[in-house]
Design a binder for this molecule. Structure first.
Ligand code: NAP
Length: 309
């Protein structure tokens, strides 16, 4: 059993911001970041909306800086995946997938969100064989190839633009005329000669040969007609789902969409357990908002621990 003052579940912007505060308050802080240390930001190419960086910075670089900052202040960042939190009151018992057990006076849940999949025919079969939810990670493998990106948010548009660095053609497939992505990014994509918009279409099936994607079938939402397009890759960018499944039976209340319910002080339904970042944010899902909520959660966790310690 490893004992700590504050156990932070996650290692993304919310988790790192929280750790900076708890460490500077002199509390022993343990971060359990799961297998993908740094979360969704690792999959973002150019971040231009995080203050303090004059030029665009990659998600990988910004997370690397945050981790180094936490470590400099004394954080222990472990690649452990939490499977259970137990205890109606502090101290809480936390179980990791590895079998390791932790005991913490306070817990900050900052597990973020993971890619949402479409569930269409062929998607599961060709995952990693042409189907991907991470253009940053996999784009390089599609050099000179034609690919499709599905979605109408910032992720889809940024992925499409990023993929034009490698691919000969990128279809951006979206189910309706309006986009969630910001105007500037949409305009950039529209004026890129390698990007062709396919609207309003939804994916019907992803097909392949010899275990690799060769084409995708899209259905026109208005007239039901089908279009089969030869592509080697299909990038799914249709949003994310909060990573909160492990909180089942923990006493921490979740919304219908699976987000952790918090009050304005980032307190959950269990006293001493706080939540921050995308796992508790149905609306904003921005790195800067996650970091801000991480700081709020930490300030509350510090007060809580100092009262009971
Ligand atoms: P999002 O904004 O929720 O967009 C998801 C897109 O997928 C929507 O266009 C949605 O269509 C579409 N979609 C959802 N389910 C679908 C389905 N079953 N079939 C077809 N299409 C489907 O998600 P996101 O793009 O991942 O962005 C999440 C948040 O992160 C946003 O707040 C975004 O601004 C932010 N973000 C920011 C940056 C940046 O600032 N650099 C980069 C990436 C993301 P509808 O529009 O029709 O619902």
């Amino acid at each position: 059993m490893i004992k700590t003052d504050v156990l932070i579940i996650g290692a993304g912007p919310a988790a790192c911001a929280a750790a900076v505060y708890t460490l500077r308050a002199g509390l022993k802080t343990t971060m359990l970041g799961g297998a993908n240390l740094g979360g969704q930001l690792l999959q973002t190419n150019d971040i231009e909306n995080y203050p303090g960086f004059i030029d665009p910075i990659s998600g990988f670089e910004i997370m690397d800086k945050m981790h180094k900052q936490c470590k400099r202040l004394g954080a222990e960042i472990l690649g452990e995946t939490v499977i259970k939190i137990e205890g109606a009151e502090s101290p809480f018992r936390i179980s990791a997938e590895s079998g390791e057990q932790y005991e913490a006076l306070s817990v900050i849940i900052a597990t973020g969100a993971a890619a949402r999949w479409l569930g269409v025919k062929g998607e599961g079969e060709y995952k990693g064989k042409g189907v991907s939810a991470c253009a940053t990670c996999d784009g390089f493998f599609f050099k000179g190839k034609e690919v499709a990106v599905i979605g109408g948010g910032n992720t889809a548009f940024e992925d499409a633009l990023f993929l034009t660095n490698f691919c000969s053609k990128v279809y951006l497939v979206h189910r309706r005329d309006g986009f969630r992505a910001d105007k500037l990014t949409v305009e950039k994509a529209k004026s890129n000669p390698k990007i062709e918009m396919l609207i309003p279409y939804v994916a019907e099936e992803i097909k392949g040969e010899n275990g690799m994607v060769t084409c995708a079938v899209f259905k026109n939402v208005k007239d039901g007609s089908l279009k089969e397009i030869k592509v080697s890759g299909v990038f799914i960018a249709v949003g994310s789902i909060p990573q909160t499944g492990f909180l089942k039976d923990s006493g921490v209340n979740l919304s219908d969409g699976g987000y952790v319910k918090t009050d304005e002080k980032m307190s959950t339904s269990v006293k001493g357990i706080f939540a921050a970042g995308d796992c508790a944010d149905e609306f904003y899902k921005q790195a800067i908002v996650a970091a801000g909520s991480g700081a709020k959660a930490a300030i509350e966790a510090i007060s809580f621990v100092n009262l009971i310690k």
